[in-house]
Design a protein around this ligand. Sequence first.
Ligand SMILES: [Fe+2]
Ligand SMILES: [Fe+2]
Length: 185
Amino acid sequence: MQAAKRPEHAVTEQIDSALFREPLEFIFADHYRQRVVCNTLEAIVSDPSHGREEEDIRAIIDYLEHDLPLHVADEEESLFPLLLQRCEPVDNIGEVLAILGDEHDKDQALTAAVKQGLTALLEHRDEDDLEACFRNTLAFVETQRRHLAWENGIVLPLARKRLGSADLIDLGRAMATRRGQSLPD
Ligand SMILES: [Fe+2]
Ligand SMILES: [Fe+2]
């Protein structure tokens, strides 16, 4: 199998906390990191014998354990409820958010398999079900990419249209608080 091209950007690149002032841009930046994680996972799974870059693997495990749950909470607990309040019936946002919420739940199940496969690679173990972990990893990558397309293509443009400046300050503050920070001046 031909190895996928390795992404050039570090998986661990953190988002500038100044973006809590522009929370939709923060979320967009988080989506970019999610895409980097997907590209890196695809490269690792496509060529696991060559792809044991421990730094990448540890960074992705850390991302899956800490950063992704924070991002999902930003959406489920802060952005989506705000959108439900502010959107017009014509936006049909309820249906879209229900699908995305359901995908967040399913992703959580796949995440466990992804971490299991990565941990086995890190420990140079041949797990009996490594193939199954890799299949689940590719399924995770595929659903993440579809999910990102919906969020970048539908949810964020609607949020830019419907949320007011007070909403954005509230959203940014909630996201900063979730990370133990305060809204920057
Ligand atoms: Fe997202
Ligand atoms: Fe999401």
